[in-house]
Design a protein around this ligand. Structure first.
Ligand SMILES: Cc1cc2nc3c(=O)[nH]c(=O)nc-3n(C[C@H](O)[C@H](O)[C@H](O)COP(=O)(O)OP(=O)(O)OC[C@H]3O[C@@H](n4cnc5c(N)ncnc54)[C@H](O)[C@@H]3O)c2cc1C
Length: 395
């Protein structure tokens, strides 16, 4: 591939894209504003990201292994193990501290031959292939925004549309002294449902964990970031049990209104990838997976492939998660998940776990899509009859 590509953002998406493009012969410049990556959200990986980790040669041995996810509410909980997915290729993932993970990605991209320029993107002329930065102008046959949730290029080109149904906010931090309790296996992510929101606990090992809350606009929690996170923990006996005696070790960080998508992901001289193209709510930890798979597909599409087919596949994968996120906020997910063990059905667990593993791009895997479509109906059956059909007509 004989092209000069300028990629804005050396996060996981930008670095994976740069690595794949270099291997196809493109010359790649990555433009990154922040020299030392910060401890940002986006720490819980999904098993299906392993395809990209393996292809790009990322050594994941330093991270906490994650075998599953625990969902709980008011002292009731359920654990899903990734080995229960439909024909799983990977049965575990990792919990990553982003200040380490992002540096590792940059090194992988550098070793693949990408040029990394530390500069802030300030302006762009897509038709001229010019990105103006704090360190001067950069030129490319194509400019790709992988610069994250800010959706810089998408906003400039007036392609960005917020999601009116998901205007959530979040507060995150880290704690030390966090415990595993009850059904937790070491390394599991725990999601604690609270009224109009949910809490995440992502363990890194040795008691250190990322802890945060996502709140819908209806959430009663008000005040400073600290007050809202502490208020959320006070609402959840499940979070309290895990955080009992734990100490906060980072400042609180607030985020808001982060769900949005772009009306198109590419043009003649630009493309958008990762959060810069589309970002959906983080309850199923799908962000990094979507960015990495998007990057893998975009590199192939730019190298003589089909950009329209790439965008289509990318949107379809994201839309499976988007549907289940609506089911989460309608309480259908928790209604199904918390069905007592004796009434649980293997096909439902298989569908849920395949979603949690991120298996949304393989059309041969029917159960995640089927579960995304049928969840409201199945949850209604549980609410009305307390029972579920014993066989899945779809999977
Ligand atoms: C509350 C919350 C919790 C989340 N939890 C998870 C989770 O558990 N698991 C998961 O997979 N995802 C999670 N996500 C999503 C995840 O953070 C993102 O999907 C992921 O980081 C996207 O990677 P990216 O490379 O596309 O963008 P980013 O990681 O945002 O990287 C973008 C890079 O571009 C750089 N940049 C930005 N603007 C400029 C500029 N103007 N000039 C130069 N450089 C620039 C930034 O410094 C950064 O390094 C969560 C998101 C939220 C809001």
């Amino acid at each position: 591939m004989n092209a000069d590509v300028v990629i804005l953002g050396a996060g996981p998406t930008g670095c994976a894209l740069g690595t794949y493009l270099r291997r196809r012969g493109a010359s790649v410049t990555l433009v990154e504003a922040v020299e030392r990556p910060e401890s940002v959200v986006g720490e819980s990986m999904l098993p299906c990201s392993s395809l990209v980790f393996e292809e790009c040669g990322l050594d994941m041995s330093r991270y906490m292994v994650k075998h599953g996810a625990v969902f709980c509410r008011n002292g009731e909980g359920v654990r899903f193990d990734f080995s229960e997915a439909e024909a799983p290729q990977w049965t575990y993932a990792w919990q990553v501290q982003r200040e380490v993970f992002d540096l590792q990605w940059r090194e992988v991209a550098r070793q693949a031959g990408c040029r990394l320029v530390f500069a802030k993107a300030l302006d762009v002329d897509v038709d001229q292939g010019r990105l103006s930065t704090s360190e001067g102008d950069l030129f490319g046959d194509r400019i790709i925004d992988a610069g994250g949730r800010q959706m810089w290029l998408s906003s400039k080109l007036r392609l960005r549309a917020g999601d009116q149904n998901l205007r959530n906010s979040a507060v995150g931090t880290r704690y030390s002294g966090v415990k595993s309790v009850g059904i937790d296996q070491p390394g599991d992510i725990t999601i604690c449902s609270i009224p109009a929101g949910w809490i995440w606990i992502i363990p890194f090992g040795g008691g250190l964990a990322s802890v945060g809350v996502v709140m819908t606009p209806n959430c009663a929690l008000k005040g400073t970031s600290e007050e809202r996170l502490l208020g959320a923990i006070a609402m959840s006996p499940d979070a309290q049990a895990r955080l009992d005696g734990a100490t906060r070790v980072l400042p609180h960080r607030g985020l808001q209104d982060f769900t949005a998508t772009s009306s198109t992901f590419y043009g003649d001289k630009f493309a958008l990838c990762g959060d810069a193209a589309t970002f959906i709510d983080p309850v199923f930890s799908s962000g990094v997976l979507l960015g990495l798979h998007g990057a893998r597909g975009l590199a192939a599409a730019l190298d003589g492939g089909d950009l329209a087919a790439w965008e289509n596949e990318y949107r379809e994968g994201a839309s499976v998660f988007r549907k289940v996120i609506d089911h989460w906020y309608a309480d259908d997910f928790m209604t199904l998940a918390l069905v007592p063990a004796q009434y649980q059905k293997p096909y439902i667990r298989r569908g849920i776990v395949s979603l949690l593993a991120g298996d949304v791009f393989d059309p041969a895997k029917k159960s995640p899509r089927s579960m995304a479509d049928r969840m409201p109906h199945l949850a209604a059956l549980v609410r009305t009859h307390g029972l579920l059909p014993s066989a899945d007509g779809h999977a």
